[in-house]
Design a protein around this ligand. Structure first.
Ligand code: ZN
Length: 148
């Protein structure tokens, strides 16, 4: 492959992300500020649930343990955004929204982005690791994923 043609997945435009937390998601964002990737786990039946929900879908318990994960996973699905749908997006293209299956979390997945990767090398099942991006206005720290 001609390396001069490599297209690296970029960060999506910061304005696309506006953090809105609630009692069920706030622990995730607090952990992200510490650069810890966590997932909600039922304190009663010990099954993970992501995104976090008020009730466990398996046993209806409201008890939650936030478990610190190893920070690796694999690509379950992805898409490549090539076109600007909002003004000012061009400098951020292409970017790659992805669904990541998290290691050590019972098969739960989260939506994120792939970064620091040649788009032609992305494959379903590709091992990835978390990388942390602080928002330009410091409003949040976001988990994104790069090749492991
Ligand atoms: Zn449960």
């Amino acid at each position: 492959m001609d390396m001069t043609s490599a297209r690296i997945a970029r960060r999506p435009p910061p304005g696309l992300f506006k953090l809105a937390t609630n009692a069920w998601t706030a622990p995730f964002w607090a952990a992200a500020r510490r650069r810890e990737l966590v997932a909600a786990c039922c304190a009663d039946c010990e099954r993970f649930r992501m995104p976090p929900t008020p009730f466990c879908p398996h046993c209806q318990s409201q008890s939650v343990d936030w478990r610190v994960l190893v920070g690796t996973g694999s690509v379950y699905s992805y898409t490549v955004v090539e076109r600007a749908i909002l003004p000012g997006m061009e400098p951020h293209l292409p970017y790659v929204p992805a669904v990541i299956e998290l290691d050590g979390a019972g098969g739960v997945r989260m939506i994120s982005n792939l970064v620091e990767v040649d788009i032609e090398r992305i494959r379903v099942g590709m091992p990835v690791r978390v990388v942390w991006d602080e928002q330009p206005d410091a409003s949040a720290v976001i988990a994104r994923f790069a090749p492991a």
